[in-house]
Design a protein around this ligand. Sequence first.
Ligand code: SF4
Length: 328
Amino acid sequence: MQSNLYYNTFSNYLKQHWGRKIRKLSLHGDFTCPNRDGSIGKGGCTFCNVSSFVDTTAKRQTISEQIVTRRHELTRKTDGYLAYFQAYTSTYAEVSRLKALYDDALKQPGIIGLAVGTRPDCVPDEVLKLLADYQHQGQEIWLELGLQTAHDQTLKRINRGHTFADYCKTITRAQHYGIKVCTHLIVGLPGELREESLATLANVLDCGVDGLKIHPLHVVDGSIMAKAWHANRLKTLSLDEYVDTATTMIQMTPSDVIFHRISAHARPPTLIAPQWCSQKWTAPHAILQRLKETGHQGALTGRPYTLNSSSHTNNFLGSAKLNAGRAV
Ligand code: SF4
């Protein structure tokens, strides 16, 4: 099944725009995080263990060396790459250091642009201006903002250290500089029902966004949530619960918004729960099948979101209630 027939995929967008297959190379700029070093908070977000999704040993290599390594690791080769500064908060440094790192990436053969992952409260104007300069030079530039939820109560509970208003202000400034933004959202956060995920999406769309990454809450070893899960104070979504909500979110989203990702995976022993997240394609294939059956991206655009009464929705309510009101 071709994904881009049912939703606007990032790979298809890049292929249309650049005339060839473009792959992302994940890089480590040896940044830290203001939510870990005490500038904003300590301990980090409760779901986070950076080493669960990036190779933390990569920081011993220069950016150009990492690009060579990552290219060799790819099983399917191409001649176009997006340099993805993924680890920690990849705008958390003096702009001169950021420029040196980004420049190093952009001058490597085949690199067509940057994707820079960061927090909404860590993107000063000089960073936006730097990214806008690259864009004016013809580079593909994406700012990836971790929001996770639009609900301040949940943001506080998962120790994000910023509010939804902080996110909206950054979106407005990024729009002023013409920078494309991809927003990361997590479905199934503690205390959140399906309705909260749909409300988060509605609020994010209201602010204006160019791309989305959605994924289920998955508990990884070494995170604060892992302790809560082992203490039986946290429950994760079933595959069907996630597919139900993710499908509706895609259907609520206008067709011009690009989905960079619709699920996430990790491998045991890093992955603790849910086990279905250990299979990379299980959730995307199930979502695709559901989109095929019930309507593609944009099918619910403009309609108010509603809770339905299907069995998986009821399970979801049960999961969320289990997590409600507890510190995770
Ligand atoms: S998710 Fe991002 S902001 Fe939160 S602790 Fe991890 S690196 Fe820091």
